[in-house]
Ligand binder design. Structure first.
Ligand code: ADP
Ligand code: ZN
Length: 348
């Protein structure tokens, strides 16, 4: 059984197909890009679906303009034309780079996404953001380039380490908190079937719901003029924690802690009930994500890191805060003192 979501973007609309075995729907690609880990598991399958394959070394540290240039060179060496199609088979790193390469090779060619991490399935496969890192910051160079099609095969999750599953779960919790109480309540049921004893059929419908919700937000606000910014819930705090931990915290862990801090902030402000903030914390913990910061970062450093985030506008920190489970709003120009208190309240 498969599920389908249509991302409505006029002549750039595309479909996302979700289910077990969906990868077999992939058409022959002119260049398939994957990383060295994913290649170990799925490289020989990939060869049946592509005329050529480009493998880059796995790891965020390779999410660079150099790797994108190498992908473009592989495309040129294999004579890809404006009519050719690139395919990304991998996690967010692979999707971001392949999408960016497809955005700039010959000023833009088509690409298809076959995400293999839960994070990429629920997050980066919808929205058309592509990017690479530079030493000055993550995702600072990129382009909007929508895929032609996204094929989400839940069977890929069978080889994905639990730590990576949890990264995706953090974004799924985020989606529930800001957009859909039913999704949130669904996650509260039998958490072990999402983590230690995963039920992949259950995942299909959860992924479908996340894609659907994100697709609605993106269709309403493709280039992040307003509404799309609510997807940053937990991320302004979270990115600061990731940075201050020297990236020993994963993105999912950073977002989980960021949601806890944002929850404390919202509850202290009286815009969110303490009860619901606690309900969020319980779900985060039940899915094996952190709710307490082991290292007590200096609050001044956290605020500096938050101000340095590319999404903070001109010396001001804007926060996405829930007002109830299933709804969030943007609050402009958060006070440093209140941010400090929220951060301190999640110290272990
Ligand atoms: P993300 O999708 O979380 O942004 P990455 O693209 O870096 O991040 O993927 C995270 C890690 O998981 C990488 O080391 C990648 O090689 C590995 N990986 C991706 N998909 C799978 C899979 N289906 N099975 C096993 N490992 C995978
Ligand atoms: Zn994220």
């Amino acid at each position: 059984m498969s599920e389908k979501v249509i991302v409505e973007l006029g002549d750039r609309s595309y479909e996302i197909l979700i289910g077990s075995g969906i990868r077999e729907l992939a058409k022959q690609s002119d260049l398939l890009v994957t990383d060295s880990n994913v290649d170990k598991y799925y490289g020989s399958w990939a060869e049946t679906k592509a005329n050529c394959k480009y493998i880059f070394p796995a790891g965020e540290e390779n999410k660079s303009i150099q790797t994108v240039a190498d992908i473009c060179r592989a495309a040129a060496q294999n004579r890809l034309s404006r009519k050719s199609v690139m395919t990304a088979l991998g996690g967010g790193v692979c999707g971001d780079m392949t999408g960016f390469a497809a955005a700039i090779y010959m000023r833009g060619i088509d690409f298809v996404q076959i995400p293999t991490t839960l994070l990429a399935m629920v997050d980066s496969s919808v929205g058309g953001k592509t990017a690479v890192d530079i030493p000055e910051g993550k995702n600072l160079i990129g382009a909007f380039h929508q895929p032609r099609r996204v094929l989400i095969d839940t069977d890929f999750l069978k080889t994905l380490p639990l730590k990576e599953i949890r990264c995706g779960l953090a974004e799924i919790i985020k989606t529930g908190v800001i957009l859909d109480e039913n999704l949130f309540a669904e996650l509260e049921k039998a958490p072990e079937t999402l983590t230690t004893a995963p039920d992949y059929a259950r995942y299909s419908s959860i992924i479908r719901r996340c894609c659907e919700l994100k697709a609605q937000v993106v269709a309403a606000d493709e280039k992040e003029g307003g509404l799309r910014a609510i997807l940053n819930y937990g991320h302004t705090f979270g990115h600061a924690f990731e940075l201050l931990s020297n990236f020993t915290l994963s993105h999912g862990e950073g977002v989980a802690l960021g949601m806890c801090a944002a929850g404390e902030y919202a509850a202290a402000e009286g815009i969110w009930s303490k009860q619901e903030a606690l309900r969020q914390k319980k779900l985060i913990a039940a899915l094996g994500l952190p709710t307490r910061l082991d290292t007590a970062y200096k609050t001044g450093d956290v605020i500096q890191a938050m101000l340095g985030d590319k999404k903070s506008a001109s010396g001001k920190i804007n926060l996405v805060l829930p007002t109830r489970i299933g709804h969030a709003e943007i609050f402009k120009d958060a006070a440093a003192g209140k941010i400090a208190l929220a951060v301190e309240s999640i110290y272990a």
